[in-house]
Design a protein around this ligand. Structure first.
Ligand code: GRF
Length: 208
């Protein structure tokens, strides 16, 4: 069994999708073992408690530097025996040292079709605002491995979502979550835990 830590900062609907998938037996060879929040008030912590998943709060501002924060996080993950780190709405950028140490073992969900509308500054509603401003007809979500480059790691899964007339950033955000994020993330986590993701030359091959 791969022990999974889910890192959160806010509402935690993606965490909930993972909890629901685990209950349905859809996280094959994976176990949600810890929820780590960068924010003590995150609603995601309530979801973790309701699902009896041990939760921890690790705030960036309690550490002198990003590196010190990364070191504390790495220490915690090591002690818990975590094999996969899932960033699910985690709002703190992790330091390069941390990303290198956990290379190939951290995945992130981003609410656009990378390489569109991603990188520094593209988070939350801003991603959907940018998609609507550009007038793209299709957007979506991406699950990818995390590298030192923000939203730049190897892509695991993507799903397209159509832009509809009358979409606002809020409506689009909700539809991207419902139609793409909540389906993609559990699938990607399960594939990882089953050992079906192979990274080579910066791209991911999904093994049957
Ligand atoms: C999601 O849109 C995710 O793609 C992005 O942050 C948001 C988190 O939402 N990285 P939630 O906390 O899972 O509801």
């Amino acid at each position: 069994m791969v022990k999974i830590a889910v890192m959160v900062s806010g509402g935690g609907t993606n965490l909930q999708a993972l909890i629901d998938a685990e209950r349905r037996g859809e996280l094959k060879n994976g176990e949600l073992s810890a929820v780590i929040s960068s924010n003590a008030d995150a609603y995601a912590l309530k979801r973790a408690n309701r699902a009896f998943i041990p939760s921890y709060v690790l705030c960036r501002r309690d550490y002198a530097s990003t590196d010190a924060y990364g070191a504390a996080l790495a220490e915690m993950l090591g002690q818990l025996g975590i094999g996969l780190v899932v960033l699910a709405g985690f709002m703190t950028v992790l330091p390069p040292d941390f990303c290198r140490r956990f290379e190939g073992r951290i995945i992130n969900i981003h609410p656009s079709l990378i390489p569109s509308f991603c990188g520094p500054g593209f988070y939350g509603l801003r991603v959907h605002e940018a998609a609507l401003t550009k007038g793209v007809k299709v957007t979506g979500a991406t699950v990818h491995f995390v590298s030192e480059v923000v939203d730049g790691g190897a892509i695991i899964l993507q799903k397209a979502v159509e832009i509809l007339p009358g979409d606002t950033p809020e409506r689009l955000q909700k539809r991207v979550m419902q139609e793409a994020e909540w389906k993609l993330l559990p699938r990607a986590v399960s594939l990882f835990c089953e050992g079906k993701l192979q990274i080579s030359g910066g791209t991911v091959r999904i093994l049957d």
